[in-house]
Design a protein around this ligand. Structure first.
Ligand code: AMP
Length: 143
């Protein structure tokens, strides 16, 4: 199973922000779309960074409410780990577990084409396990 399978089910839309958008803008997007992270893209559409709810909390803890008027670029993670549509779902689970983050932008030829979260991966994993259990049960019943 690869990332393209997950994108087919959930769609390819990605919520993005510009580096100069304020943390308030980012927090507003996270709340309005009920999501955990926003991908920060530059003018050329390339991934510049990622900013998650955890970064917003850290920014406010360190700077107080003044952080909300500061640019996203100040708080985003710049060294973004990405995957491609052909990445295996098991590989992405390993990337998120070892990197201790829950979001993985999907990039093809330098262009952002989707995002998957740990929730998408777990959902896919549970569906796969359920299918295997059901196949095993019918095999045993007819066996
Ligand atoms: P999350 O678990 O996604 O809320 O993110 C936890 C921390 O990891 C935050 O500081 C994020 O900016 C950072 N982060 C999230 N996703 C990625 C990623 N794909 N690559 C690198 N850092 C990330």
């Amino acid at each position: 199973m690869n990332v393209a399978t997950i994108l087919k089910a959930k769609g390819r839309s990605v919520t993005t922000a510009r580096p100069d958008h304020t943390l308030q803008d980012v927090a507003g997007k996270l709340a309005a779309r009920k999501i955990g992270a926003v991908v920060v893209v530059g003018e050329n559409g390339a991934v510049d960074g990622i900013i998650s709810e955890r970064d917003v909390i850290r920014a406010i803890a360190e700077r107080g409410v003044a952080a909300l008027d500061m640019p996203a670029s100040r708080f985003m993670t710049r060294d973004v780990v990405t995957c491609s549509e052909t990445s295996l779902v098991d590989e992405t689970m390993e990337m998120m577990t070892s990197g201790r983050f829950r979001h993985l932008p999907v990039v093809e030829d330098g262009a952002l084409v989707g995002i998957i979260s740990i929730g998408d991966v777990v959902k896919n994993h549970v569906a796969t396990v359920e299918m295997e259990v059901s196949a095993m049960r019918s095999y045993l019943a007819t066996g």
